[in-house]
Design a protein around this ligand. Structure first.
Ligand code: 5GP
Ligand code: MN
Length: 328
């Protein structure tokens, strides 16, 4: 089934001359790694492939600032109608909230690994067994008979290592390690990626983390471990929204936690009064994507999120009730 889907996507890519690649808002390592990896692959095949990210995504999260995505577009290309549009790592089309990509007549290819993907493309490859979207791009490299170059390998390795939680999450299986081995053979450097992505934190991140850790709360005998970051926390530390990445992972490491929750104020003027909630499940007992979907978001069973206007106490009540229901 998925094999056939992958072949269909490969056919689409092969027969397109002009393409536009994009990924979800607030792009993470898998989003950017897949985007860049597929871009390099298509360029190798001689295609006119462009990448698109909305202007407000810049600057990119600190850990990805070195990624060579020069030339990425921030506005629709004038020849958009001639381009095949490829969405990467997007569970639904609203993950890239840009109207021009929804215009009539645009042909969409959807490459993703979210189990709740709405299959919004004309052609879709959706494989929830893939550890990351970068894994699907890696399979496309083979399917299209391309050569895995060092820059391609490094981009895809970043997707793999971030989406698997450095090979620690439940989506880490033999295939993730086989992919890693092949990418390393092709020139990806685990040490260099580790230094760039995980060990070059701006100091403001540690200050933000300290604030988050200082006010951790636990509910329901420790099953829920939660914290929040206010607008003031961001302003006073000089942090931007992407600097909160990874804080929720500290909460999931607390013994007895079934679900970790980070609530943070959104900073953009047009999002004042809204909060972003990150959910992480620890042991497979709770499907956090169900909770997120019920509140207008989505994601994976183990990592999901949503944006809400609910006040923090009220939204924690909702999350607690849902976790309680799922745990029986
Ligand atoms: P994070 O908590 O790191 O922002 O997001 C974790 C995962 O949840 C993401 O990889 C993505 O799959 C999903 N996610 C986060 N926010 C949203 C959202 O607003 N809508 C949907 N559909 N998925 C989200
Ligand atoms: Mn992903």
């Amino acid at each position: 089934m998925v094999g056939t889907e992958l072949e269909q996507v490969a056919d689409e890519l092969r027969s397109a001359d002009k393409l536009l690649l994009t990924t979800h808002e607030n792009p993470d390592g898998d989003a950017l790694g897949s985007l860049l990896g597929l871009h390099l692959l298509l360029r190798q095949l001689g295609k006119d492939a462009a990448m698109f990210l909305a202007a407000d995504e810049f600057p990119l999260p600190h850990e990805y600032r070195h990624l060579p995505i020069d030339g990425v577009l921030n506005a629709p290309p004038t020849d958009l109608a001639e381009r095949l549009v490829v969405f990467l790592d997007c569970g639904n089309i609203d993950r890239m909230p840009v109207d021009f990509l929804r215009a009539d007549g645009i042909r969409i290819v959807n490459v993703d690994h979210h189990h709740d993907n709405t299959r919004f493309g004309e052609v879709n490859v959706v494989d929830p067994s893939a550890s990351c979207t970068a894994e699907l791009v890696w399979r496309l490299v083979h399917e299209l008979g391309a050569e895995l170059t060092p820059p391609m390998a490094e981009a895809l390795y970043i997707g793999l290592v971030t989406d698997t939680g450095r090979f620690m999450y439940r989506n880490t299986g033999p295939e993730a390690h086989r992919m890693a081995a092949e990418l390393i053979e092709a020139g990806a450097s685990p040490h260099a990626v580790n230094r760039q992505v995980f060990e070059s934190l701006p100091f403001r991140r540690i200050e933000l983390l300290a604030r988050g850790l200082q006010r951790v709360q636990r509910f329901d005998d420790g099953a829920i471990t939660t914290t929040y970051l206010s607008r003031d926390d961001f302003v006073e530390t000089g942090a931007d929204e992407t600097d909160s990445e990874g804080i929720v992972d500290h909460l999931r490491s607390v013994e007895g936690t079934a679900v970790a929750v980070l609530v943070r104020d959104l900073l953009a003027e047009d999002r004042a009064g809204l909060r972003k909630v990150s959910l992480r499940a620890v042991d497979g007992e709770v499907d956090v994507s169900r909770i997120a979907r019920g509140l207008g978001g989505g994601g994976h069973t183990q990592a999901a999120g949503f944006t809400t206007a609910l006040e923090t106490p009220e939204l924690l009540e909702r999350v607690r009730a849902e976790v309680g229901e799922q745990r029986g």
